[in-house]
Design a protein around this ligand. Structure first.
Ligand SMILES: [Zn+2]
Length: 372
């Protein structure tokens, strides 16, 4: 029996074997159903004799289970239990990736440069700088059709020379004998990963979007239970928006667009009103005053005298000083550290913030400077 027993029995969830070697990182078994990380697919995890192991990796020609080795010695009989939801999720991701890369190539002539099977999403980096959205939506449809048709996934174990005679979409990267995964009528490629037995087990595939990375389009997908959760989460958001806006789904987008327009108009109106208030406050001819509107409202008022305005928000005070003589600002700056102030500017307008608790002291100092 070969050490990589997972190739023979990819659906075994638990298994008994013997410890063949122990080292500081973990243990090597006589044979194992625990898949070793590779080909973009993460290694398996689970328990061995009830002790959790976090990963399975290749070590030289063997397969190492990453586990605290102190409880094991060579010759021990062990019982492995896989974290099956984790493993099956990645079997689905991996099979979906072949389905997508295969169809992308045969239907649209697009090559795959790199793939990543993440905990949340599956990404496929293509050899294109640009792919129309319709192409990727059409790919999503075709892939889901292949899932419904439930194609068989099988394997060929061939010598390197025989494998090279097959018309594969990607050159063979390994030495020696080659394991070919064949998705009936869809794809044929050299791969050391673990896949579902049929395309139907993928469940469904959702196209999530694409982005440009290193000058290539990277496409993003969700599949299996993740696709179900994604649809459910989206449906929840739509339902909630529909309730909040009292709108059917078809009208949410136009409703939100019109609300955003209203908000933008109101913001403009508010700014215009605040500016009017600022002008009125300025016209009252106080040298220093507390403003009821934000200091941005004073930015472009036509001022012909020196003044200071203070505006407080929830936790800070903001100050604005207009003075023709830079020496006035210089003198004001000498009080910065005692008043906990910050700020600066280019004459005649200076602006900054400070500690709200020091407002009375600040007013006194500004009055002193401006009324001189
Ligand atoms: Zn594969």
């Amino acid at each position: 029996m070969r050490e990589q027993y997972y190739y023979d029995e990819p659906y075994l969830k638990e298994y008994s074997s013997y410890v063949a070697a122990v080292n500081e990182k973990g243990i090597i078994l006589d044979s194992t159903i625990s898949y070793a990380e590779g080909g973009g697919q993460p290694g398996d995890r689970g328990t061995i004799n009830g002790i959790s192991y976090s990963n399975t990796i290749h070590e030289g020609d063997h397969i190492l289970h990453v586990v605290d080795p102190s409880s094991f010695k060579v010759g021990d009989e062990v019982h492995i239990q896989l974290d099956w939801p984790h493993r099956y999720d990645f079997m689905q991701q991996h099979t979906a990736q072949h389905l997508l890369s295969g169809l992308m190539f045969t239907e649209f002539g697009i090559g795959t440069l790199a793939v990543h099977q993440g905990d949340e999403i599956l990404t496929i980096e293509t050899d294109r700088m640009d792919i129309p959205e319709e192409t990727l939506l059409s790919l999503e449809e075709k892939a889901n059709r292949k899932i419904c048709e439930n194609h068989k996934v099988s394997y060929l174990e061939l010598s390197h020379a025989d494998a090279e005679k097959l018309d594969l979409r990607r050159s063979i990267k390994v030495e020696g004998d080659v394991r070919i995964v064949v998705i009936e009528g869809v794809d044929k490629i050299a791969c050391g990963g673990i896949h579902t037995a049929t395309t139907g087990e993928i469940g469904s595939i959702i196209y999530m979007g694409s982005e440009l990375i290193r000058g290539h389009v990277r496409t993003i997908w969700k599949t299996g239970d993740r696709a179900v959760r994604e649809r459910r989460a989206n449906a929840e958001v739509v339902k909630e928006l529909s309730r909040l806006l009292s709108s059917p789904r078809e009208k949410i987008s136009s409703q939100v667009t019109s609300l955003l327009e209203q908000i933008s108009n109101l913001k403009h109106q508010k700014a215009a009103l605040e500016k009017e208030v600022a002008i009125k406050l300025y016209d009252m001819k106080e040298s220093v005053f507390v403003s009821s509107v934000p200091l941005s409202s004073y930015q472009d008022i036509e001022a012909d005298r020196n003044f200071a305005a203070i505006y407080t928000d929830e936790d800070r005070l903001n100050w604005l000083l207009r003075c023709e003589d830079p020496n006035v600002f210089k003198a004001f700056k000498e009080h910065f550290s005692s008043l906990g102030l910050k700020g600066g500017g280019r004459g005649p307008m200076y602006q900054g913030s400070g500690d709200k608790a020091k407002i009375d002291e600040l007013i006194r100092i500004l009055e002193g400077l401006l009324d001189e």
